[in-house]
Design a protein around this ligand. Structure first.
Ligand code: FES
Ligand code: FES
Length: 156
């Protein structure tokens, strides 16, 4: 089947989508957007997190057909014409990226958290990111990055 959706502000089409194909697969393999990662394909790790109609979802658990007519924003869509999103910048500056497999999901989840709550407490950060797993960093640098991004937002 063919699906039509808006991805990162552009109308896109994908052909030959099979029944049961995930949105994650369609984004990566049909639409040329490999930012969202496939680490578990079971909704456990959060590495595939994207916005769908403004709500973060695990794209490995969303059927591509369900995205018909919807608006999807991937990690590639967070950066603006001026460069990296402040959340992306903070992750780079704080050394919160090691292998990077979890990073796209953390970026989308953090972006969502700070949109809802610009000055989260540490427990609020931990709760908001509980669905995102990282095997490399021990999470401290990720927490530093979220705090830094919040602080940068407060100063802008
Ligand atoms: S790949 Fe989707 S939650 Fe892990
Ligand atoms: S940086 Fe490797 S899994 Fe998080």
């Amino acid at each position: 089947m063919r699906i039509e959706l808006t991805v990162n502000g552009e109308r896109r089409e994908a052909d030959d989508v099979w029944e049961g194909e995930s949105l994650l697969y369609a984004l990566r393999e049909r639409l040329g957007l490999p930012g969202s990662k496939n680490a578990c394909e079971q909704g456990e790790c959060g590495s595939c997190t994207v916005y769908m109609d403004g709500v973060p979802v695990c794209s490995c658990l969303v059927a591509a057909g369900q995205a018909q007519g919807r608006e999807v924003t991937t990690v590639e869509g967070l950066a603006g014409d001026d460069g990296l999103d402040p959340v992306q910048q903070a992750f780079v500056e704080c050394g919160a990226v090691q292998c990077g497999f979890c990073t796209p999901g953390f970026l989308v989840s953090t972006h969502d958290l700070l949109a809802r709550n610009p000055s989260p407490s540490d427990p609020e950060i931990r709760e908001a990111l509980a669905g995102n797993l990282c095997r490399c960093t021990g999470y401290e640098k990720i927490l530093d990055a979220v705090r830094a991004a919040a602080s940068a937002g407060a100063q802008s």
